[in-house]
Design a protein around this ligand. Sequence first.
Ligand code: GSH
Length: 213
Amino acid sequence: MIRLHHIAQSRSFRILWLLEEIGLPFDLIPHAFDKTLRDPAYLALSPVGRVPALEIDGQALFESGAIAEYLVETRAPHLMRGPGQAGRSTYLEWVHFGETIGQHLANLTQHNIALREDCMRSPTVMRLEAKRLANCLEAVAAQAGDGYVAEDFSAADIQCGYGLWLGQRFVRLSTAAQQYLNRLTARPAFRAALAKDGPAKIYTRDFYPAPEA
Ligand SMILES: N[C@@H](CCC(=O)N[C@@H](CS)C(=O)NCC(=O)O)C(=O)O
């Protein structure tokens, strides 16, 4: 049985959503967003103790982008553009752009949530990261246009779409970005994943505004 190690609202949501898109049976293993991720048993699955980790085919995989590529290559070729197929390079760019978005999300999460005292936070970095995140989300929306980032819906939309879904807690989306996100969140697999995501573990506010200059 496939086992997905997961924290609600985190990047492991990408893999939860993808597993629902593919329609695979799997066990969801919830984790706390705390030091238990550094337990030796979990470090054996993910070397620095991060989610997602996926146990599949007798091995443990980490890195959401790698897991997504592995899943579509082995189980859902309709959700990828393979070697030699039209759109391959575009597909790869946007699969990996998901983690360009991810670094800004991580910085904003650290500043707004993990650093509990105001004196630990840098308002300058928070403003800068919000702006850089907004630029990324608008680039995704421009690429998607009225459709998806690599023509038909693919794993690249999941990698980037998670960024829009979470990113709306830190920046206001343009109409185009909101419309693309609406198309993604209307998908039955997204709704099914959301129902399994579990209670909020990281983000308790709808919006975390950047501090005023
Ligand atoms: N690039 C990795 C990032 C994984 C990652 O940092 N996940 C976060 C949650 S979104 C995590 O596990 N944080 C726990 C920690 O840093 O202790 C991926 O896309 O899988």
